[in-house]
Design a binder for this molecule. Sequence first.
Ligand SMILES: [Fe+2]
Length: 385
Amino acid sequence: MLSTNFNFKLPTEIEFGVGSLQKLSERITAFQASKVMVVTDPGIAKAGILEKITKVLEQAQLNYVVFDQVESDPSTKTIAGISDLAKQEGVDLLVAVGGGSSIDAAKGTRVLLANGRKLLDYAGLNKVKNKGIPLIAIPTTAGTGSEVTIFAVLSELDQDLKFTIGSPYLAPDLALLDPELTLLLPPTMTAATGLDALTHAIEAFTSLANQPICDVLALEAIRIIYKYLPQATTNGSNLEARTEMLKAQLLAGAAFNNTNLGLSHAIASPLGGHFHIPHGVANAIMLSYVMKFNVPAAPEKYARVAEAMGVILCGKDIYEDAYEAPKAVAKLVELCGLPSKLRDAGATEEKLDDVARDALKSGMLKFNVRKASEKQIREILQDAF
Ligand SMILES: [Fe+2]
């Protein structure tokens, strides 16, 4: 018998809207923080976004220090450095500004400050004991959804290893989402992060741990992303498209925070580890192939995904309707100018066996709607190569 029981968590408060950055200082004051640390990456500093943040802090005469050297796929070494600086400066509130990397680095810093030891000790679910100082997340991509999730993806460089820490103590206290901060995101980044968000929504909706609240969030995210991602990619200054994309990735983040993800993410992680393919690009390439593999296990669900993307279903054959979904995803990838094959993204065929073997170790596989063996994953990779 199918269970109708479910649990939905969203520990993070959300402040969304054009101009909402102006609320940052009053929100910091409400946390009674005496010294703030802004955690961000060099691109955000270069794009002038960091200056917008520090201007708000200065106008409110708040004490702050900046760390602006977060790299993509933040390493435990970098986070140890941020944590040392935070201790030295007596920081009692973190403001993460940027994409998933900056937000995840701040989450890692919070864990380290309150728990000590090595971050790798907390890999997996619910191993973090103490919550630590408040964290405000301000995303500048649309996006990873990291501003509302309990997860951080970090890397241990000397072991060529990417690992995930999942704990409610990682969820930011406040997510402040201002679409104006995403206006300068370049087209390739817009497309890649948008396809990552679409993958979150589709994998949440089709997850074996799906549930009614997440279904609604995910389907709405799919509808919005399909309509607005090409507009946001081709005309970055379109504030309506940017606003819709930031909203959609938030909905997708809130959904997968509860349902977990699936096979596309299980494969994207080792694709990043072995070939340094950006996370969003890896998902953009893999998503349609994984969906084709999954269709026989849940044709009704994939037909609903196709419907959410605006496909008019034939209504005669559930499989025909379901296979419209991966076709529409492949079309979106093409419209957004991203590669559709792994070979065009820097992958090499001889390492695909290793990718398949590593993907099989992913904790996300148990949520994928169809069971996948190492051999089947290798076949999907060949298809996508
Ligand atoms: Fe993702």
